[in-house]
Design a protein around this ligand. Structure first.
Ligand SMILES: Cc1cc2nc3c(=O)[nH]c(=O)nc-3n(C[C@H](O)[C@H](O)[C@H](O)COP(=O)(O)O)c2cc1C
Length: 348
């Protein structure tokens, strides 16, 4: 892995080592794939204002997510069916995330059972559960009770999937048996969900609830009024509504709407490919970021070691970026650290 210097290098390896249909399943997004492209591109609209002559001989990247310690401000965001990337699937991801000290979000649509993933949980590891809501809420209730009993520590309720987005690149592939599984994802979500469901969910579990897929400031205010523990600004990696704004652009609106006094934690996922992207998201007010595809590419290429290598790379990049910015701890990653790129710069 010596020549793999950034997350894009890992993606190239994954593209070669995975079957075509599997690679397309992970890399593709909805319709014209505008949103997935902009998720990444928008980070380039911001530039750093590094502080000079700050002692950065020790950079502390640690923080907390929902009160749980993390080695740096990142968690693995959900990906259905990681078994298409590697047979060890969520078990390898559990070991890799634990090795670098970040939480893992386990999907409803996992390749290994939720019991198996929980029992493979390394001592002290933080696992969150991503929830798709079955149309039969009694089924959802027993799932929530089960994952609570299995020791998952928070529920990320996906709220951007009343129906599955149309992923045309996927539809062009004859995905063999996998295709049936992906189609069945469509029946897993309840298109009738409203804010009442959020209240109901909070009434049946003591676990903290995070809404995954918030894309407007007013919705973030409503989320705060309902008392959820956090929101994840996300467009599902561009796989749902194509033409939705890039996550980083939404983050500004959300942070402005909530104001500085909010107790609710705000996270972002979508397009994080560099440690500097993490620092920019934190400067704009995120507490932490989620990452999915880069870790899956690492997993596809090299199994657990590859997933770990990608996560370590992002950690090292974050640390170096913080040092070069004069931010020796995450508390020093403040809004003044970045500025919008001046317009009209022809060099892009
Ligand atoms: C292959 C794949 C499967 C995904 N499966 C789920 C899922 O089951 N539930 C969910 O809430 N989000 C799912 N997502 C969305 C991610 O959790 C996350 O929001 C997004 O991918 C982050 O963007 P990134 O891939 O650029 O890091 C999936 C994303 C990918 C790429």
């Amino acid at each position: 892995m010596a020549t793999l210097l950034n997350t894009e290098d890992f993606q190239k390896v994954a593209q070669k080592s995975m079957g075509h249909a599997e690679y397309v399943y992970y890399s593709s997004a909805a319709e014209d794939e505008f949103t997935v492209a902009e998720n990444q591109a928008t980070f380039k609209n911001w530039r750093f204002r590094p502080r000079i002559l700050v002692d950065v001989s020790n950079v502390d990247t640690s923080t907390t997510i929902l009160g749980f310690p993390t080695a740096y401000p990142l968690f693995l965001s959900a990906s259905a069916l990681s078994g298409l990337a590697h047979p060890e699937a969520e078990l390898a991801l559990a070991r890799a995330t634990k090795a670098v000290g970040v939480p893992q979000m386990v999907p409803t649509v996992s390749s290994r059972t939720h019991e198996e993933i929980a029992s493979a949980r390394p001592e002290g590891h933080i696992q969150f559960f991503q929830l798709y809501v079955n149309r039969d809420h009694e089924v959802t209730k027993s799932l929530v009770k089960k994952v609570e009993a299995l020791g998952y520590q928070a529920i990320f309720l996906t709220v951007d999937t009343p129906f599955l987005g149309r992923r045309e690149s996927d539809l062009r592939n004859t995905f063999g048996s996998g295709n049936g599984v992906i189609r069945s994802l469509g029946t897993l979500s309840d298109p009738s969900l409203t804010w009442d469901f959020v209240d109901w969910l909070m009434s049946i579990t003591t676990l903290p609830i995070v809404l995954k897929g918030v894309q407007r400031g007013d919705d973030s205010q409503t989320a705060a009024r309902h008392g959820v523990a956090g929101i994840l600004v996300s467009n599902h990696g561009g796989r749902q509504l194509d033409g939705a704004r890039a996550s980083l652009d939404v983050l500004e609106e959300v942070i402005d709407s909530l104001g500085p006094q909010t107790k609710m934690e705000v996270y972002l996922d979508g397009g994080i490919r560099r440690g500097s992207d993490i620092v920019k998201a934190l400067a704009l007010g995120a507490r932490a970021v989620g990452v999915t595809r880069p870790v899956i590419y690492g997993l596809a290429g090299y199994g657990e070691e590859g997933a770990k290598a990608v996560l370590s790379l992002l950690h090292e990049e974050t640390k170096l970026c913080m040092a070069l910015c004069g931010a020796p701890d995450v508390g020093r990653i403040t809004r003044d650290l970045i500025v919008r790129k001046p317009t009209g710069n022809p060099t892009g």
